[in-house]
Design a protein around this ligand. Structure first.
Ligand code: PLP
Length: 478
């Protein structure tokens, strides 16, 4: 087996075109003047301190706040993961319930465990063609506003879909003026131009998280947390970040963030990419189902971020993994992710219009190749399992919450056969994939209807199930 370094070099030498994170796409122009290893430094004279910034880091963070429209911005060196955790910890003193999207990133679960807050989950809407959780319907009953102490939204989703936030903002204005809105805008760090949806800071979110390495030019793991207004205690937020982040923050990561802020303002590159993506839709969209602006206004999708290209291959009968093999082998195109029927391509600030055109060519060629193979073999290459079943499972009522994620995480647990778990409080979170919506979360009680569905699914199709052969983790009784 190769060493990690050798494997990296081998991967690099294949010269794939990147349609995945990080957003700089390996382009050196974003890092000119940043020297490795000479500038891999620690807190030295003149270099300031991340946890008590008063010099150059303070200046760079203030500049970020100015550019992104926040009152204050914090550099994160442990990814947006630390940002989600810090957002929840900053509410921890409040004690109470928070509304959380069921389809949130796993760092949100970590935030719930760390903070001890009690979640009220909102279920996403599964799109009937893509079989993915692409939207939410944020109708919050007025009485719920009295119960909740905070609200966490993901905006946009991994796939670039955005739900209508207006009912939330309007609801808060009327029923819960003190309820903070925390927004995981990890995949929307680039929302600075009119070509994109507004940043959540614009519509009044209190805390907004950017994973600046996903679409902007920061190095992987570099992210930012923005805050505005008075609903969030700044000192609690600072303490939370200090608790979670490394005491040896990488200066290369922080310097890449400073650079990313300046590059983020250059809207021209996005304009050029936008034109190329329109061409892609006109061309490849004729032969493939691609999520597009006409999908807005349905299934909880209010807007679509065009820089994420979600292609569904089941419409032509092609299994997505075969399509990915074709694109990798013949066009050196590397997507962000795929499942059995969808392929996701992510654009970043480092992509060029030529690269998008190459993707268009690749997609069209993929369809032609598949059509001819199908014809010559007289058969379809489609080994897709019908993901409808998963959608139905995700449609079940949410199981009752018996313990908060923190209580469930810390409680003594044991593994028992799945068939014996009826009525038990589950100690792990289980999500069938695709579409990856958790069917049961840590601290919830196993219901008869859920158990029946779980027993009928192959365990290798679940994410987050810790060693299913040995059973399911439940909270020990008594
Ligand atoms: C919605 C969302 N939030 C947060 C994160 C965590 O971001 P990071 O990789 O910067 O820690 C991710 C990572 O994929 C994500 O998809």
């Amino acid at each position: 087996m190769l060493s990690l370094g050798e494997e990296l070099l081998q991967y690099q030498n294949q010269e794939f075109l990147s349609f995945h994170t990080p957003g700089h796409k390996g382009k050196r122009e974003f890092f000119e003047g940043l020297n490795f290893p000479e500038q891999d430094l620690t807190e030295l004279p003149g270099l300031d301190m991340l946890h008590t910034p008063q010099g150059v880091i303070d200046k760079a963070q203030k500049r970020a706040a100015q550019v992104f429209g926040a009152d204050e911005s914090f550099f994160l060196v442990n990814g947006a993961t630390a940002g989600n955790q810090a957002m929840f910890l900053s509410l921890a003193g409040i004690k109470g319930k928070v509304l959380v999207g069921r389809q949130s990133h796993r760092s949100v679960m970590a935030g719930l465990v760390l903070s001890g807050l009690e979640p009220i989950y909102i279920k996403p809407i599964i799109h009937p063609e893509f079989h993915l959780p692409l939207g939410y319907d944020f109708k919050i009953e007025p009485q719920l506003w009295g119960e909740i102490q905070g609200l966490h939204l993901t905006y946009p989703s991994y796939y670039g879909t955005l739900s209508d936030y207006k009912p939330i903002v309007q609801g808060r204005d009327v029923w819960g003026p003190n309820v903070p809105i925390l927004v995981d805008q990890a995949h929307g760090s680039h929302y600075l131009s009119k070509l994109f949806p507004p940043s959540a800071l614009e519509w009044g979110a209190d805390l907004v998280l950017n994973s600046s390495h996903k679409t902007l030019s920061a190095l992987t793991q570099a992210a930012m947390l923005h805050v505005q207004g008075e609903r969030i205690s700044r000192s609690r937020l600072r303490q939370s970040l200090e608790l979670l982040q490394s005491s040896s923050p990488s200066y290369l990561l922080m310097a890449s963030l400073e650079r990313a802020v300046e590059f983020a303002q250059k809207g021209k590159c996005w304009e050029l990419l936008f034109e190329a993506v329109q061409e892609l839709h006109q061309c490849a969209g004729k032969v493939l189902r691609i999520l597009n602006s006409e999908d807005q206004g349905q299934y909880g999708i209010e807007q679509i971020d065009w820089s994420k290209i979600l292609v569904n291959t089941s419409s032509i009968g092609l299994a997505a993994p075969l399509g990915v093999d074709f694109l990798r082998t013949h066009f050196r195109i590397e997507p962000e992710l795929w499942d059995q029927e969808n392929i996701l391509f992510l654009l970043g600030i480092g992509n060029t219009p030529e690269e998008v055109r190459r993707l268009t060519e690749g997609l069209v060629a993929m369809v032609q190749w598949f059509e001819s193979t199908k014809r010559s073999e007289g058969t379809t290459l489609m080994p897709c399992k019908d993901t409808q079943d998963f959608t139905e499972g995700a449609g079940l009522p949410l199981p009752p919450l018996r313990l908060t994620p923190r209580e469930a995480f810390l409680a003594p647990k044991c593994q028992i056969p799945l068939k014996e778990s009826l009525g038990k409080i589950v100690g792990e979170s289980i999500s069938p994939y695709p579409p990856g919506v958790p069917w049961i979360m840590m601290g919830e009680e196993m219901t008869p209807e859920l158990l029946e569905v779980l027993l009928n699914f192959p365990s290798n199709r679940y994410q987050g199930w810790d060693n299913p052969e040995q059973g399911i983790w439940v909270i020990e009784e008594g």
